[in-house]
Design a protein around this ligand. Structure first.
Ligand SMILES: [Zn+2]
Length: 249
């Protein structure tokens, strides 16, 4: 019947989203079968092992979740995406959502891009989709942490068919690959110990910079992109000795 077909359709969409969502693969597959993996880091899949390339999408996540919040957490993904992209629909006019601050805030990206952000926010448990005939998006505590600037949000770099010129922020930097591998091993261990995904410890960008600038003191490490006071305090003791030993060799 209609309900079963719509559930089947949702499940298919979920499967399609698996590969692109930046969350533990095992956790996603279990969630698909209605089960829950308590650990946030299974330690074995490519995402948990830190083998994927991460892109900071915190700003876009905030734009989308801000639209969810400002529309009262009472609308589905399609409508929220139309608000963010500044679409001119009857529904938007009826609810006066074209007067919201986030209306059209993401107009420079297409709807497909924002649907992916929605999938990632769901997969990373920043939002939930309610059950029933008219599913709506709601924010979770983690979603609010990202929205209010307490947490970052990363997505996986998607394989692109056409090579685009890298923007300066994404520009590839020259770095020492052997040191990078050592730093990555430290990150993998810390992430497993703390039961968090590796990018929560440090992004690839941060490790690349460390493997390029060889920081051996807290001051030098503080100058690396992505190293704030809190992370310096948390991780300097784990990473600095590795760099120091590497430089001495
Ligand atoms: Zn995993």
């Amino acid at each position: 019947d209609e309900t079963e077909r719509s559930i089947a359709g949702q499940k298919l969409n979920q499967i399609a989203a698996f590969a692109s969502v930046n969350a533990c693969r095992r956790r996603q597959i279990l969630a698909y079968f209605g089960e829950r993996l308590e650990a946030a880091n299974c330690g074995a899949c490519d995402v948990c092992a830190g083998e994927t390339e991460q892109i900071d999408a915190t700003t876009d996540a905030r734009i989308l979740m801000s639209a969810v919040a400002r529309t009262g957490q009472r609308f589905g993904a399609m409508h929220v995406v139309e608000v963010v992209t500044g679409a001119n629909t009857q529904k938007i006019r009826r609810f006066r959502h074209d007067r919201l601050k986030t209306y059209g805030a993401g107009a420079e990206r297409d709807k497909q891009y924002w649907r992916r952000i929605v999938d990632d926010l769901l997969g990373q448990e920043c939002m939930v989709r309610t059950e029933g005939e008219y599913p709506v998006l709601k924010l979770t505590p983690r979603g609010k942490d990202v929205l209010y600037g307490r947490e970052e949000f990363h997505v996986l770099r998607q394989p692109s068919k056409r090579r685009r010129r890298a923007r300066p922020a994404d520009a590839v930097i020259e770095y020492d690959h052997a040191l990078f591998e050592e730093l990555r091993a430290v990150r993998r261990q810390l992430a497993a110990d703390r039961n968090v995904p590796p990018f929560v410890v440090f992004s690839d960008r941060t490790l690349h910079e460390m493997a390029a600038h060889f920081p051996t003191t807290p001051d030098k490490m503080r100058n690396i992109t992505g190293v704030g006071d809190k992370k310096l305090q948390q991780y300097a003791g784990d990473f600095l000795p590795v760099v120091d030993a590497y430089v001495r060799d």
